[in-house]
Design a protein around this ligand. Sequence first.
Ligand code: 5AD
Ligand code: SF4
Length: 446
Amino acid sequence: MKPIDPPKTYRVKSFGCQMNVYDGERMAELLATRGITPAADGEDADLVVLNTCHIREKAAEKVYSDIGRLTKGKTQKKAPMIAVAGCVAQAEGEEIMARAPAVSMVVGPQAYHRLPEMLDKAVQGERITDTDMPAIAKFDSLPQRRRSAPGAFLTVQEGCDKFCTYCVVPYTRGAEISRPYRDLIIEAQKLVEAGAREITLLGQNVNAWSGEDVKGAAIGLAALIRDLAKVDGLRRIRYTTSHPNDMDDALIAAHGEVEKLMPYLHLPVQSGSNRVLKAMNRSHTAESYLKLLERFREVRPDIALSGDFIVGFPGETEAEFEETLSLVDAVKYSAAYSFKYSPRPGTPAATMEGQIAAEVMDERLQRLQSALNRDQLAFNQASIGKTCDVLVERRGKFDGQWLGKSPWLQSVWFEGDVEIGDLARVTLAEAGPNSIRGELLQPALA
Ligand code: 5AD
Ligand code: SF4
């Protein structure tokens, strides 16, 4: 095999969930330890990492078309060295190596800490696949955090043992594991030193996180959040994504007591029909889910609720879909994500009878999304007149404009004299479906 010039610049393209964004940042930090720098916007990169997502739709085809565009000079003038990472790499690594000779490295989500050594081999002309799943080892081998945006992600838990019948995550990310308490406190401190003001704790089942505190006592996510709230300079904490069955009293109570914990909860439900939920192996009912949300609203009446939905799960009838619409009406989400069911190879639902026709799924998705959009706009309209802190994340489209997030995770834009990373005091003035116009108060900073 022909040696390849060692890459000097890289680009990491992350698709899918926030966990992938976190992994993408960590891969970038690893490449930086080898002196490889990010390619400037619009410039060719010597190494492109495609950090892929396998959760829905033609994920693998997308990877092959991205590889084709990179090698045929459509995305860049010069073809780069290519690494495929993420969940498609985990699920289909061998096929990718066989089908795409332009790929030098295939690296799974639990193995990317070995990227630098893989790179050493790749420049010798070797092609390397690493889709091992060593429990948690990767985090110990990652460099310390040195730079952070005001809003940072911190993976605290990975993997899933729930085996919802439609989902690939238990296969691509492996079993549930929690990172140790001490490591997380240290990483949070480093992120804050590096510029973070808000940290979003990530995990496929983040509320299943468990660990031991410094005294060796068994603790859950609520206690971790309470201790993170003591980190100086950290102003806001969020967490995502939770499973209804892993919710405990302590986490609900924390929402009423920990000031830095933002009034927002993302709690996927997937369907409003108990028959469908059972077939999905969700192990909660529409009623138990609604009861749980009520408890959050009791301790934090202004909490913004968000969720995930799948329409067109095999066998879903019109009446069962309408139960989902009724659940939406009952909850009044501030924002939510909805998807057409997509059969994932190797999952039980992919071979179930009663697969739903594409047109039916399209029509159901449209109806669901119009209900969710209606509620999102209503939630935004109900916020008008409130004064809150907005974490300034970036400049807006026009001069003097800034964009940031309200405590309820709404996108807010406003004009005035602030800087990125400020918590600006803003009155919410005008609601759109996807964002809110705010007016900066004086004094401007919280
Ligand atoms: N088809 C459609 N949506 C899916 N999700 C997970 N697997 C599938 C699938 N096979 C959705 C669920 C989950 C979100 C991350 O993606 O709603 O909560
Ligand atoms: Fe997938 Fe269900 Fe696990 Fe979520 S809880 S990652 S939907 S298997």
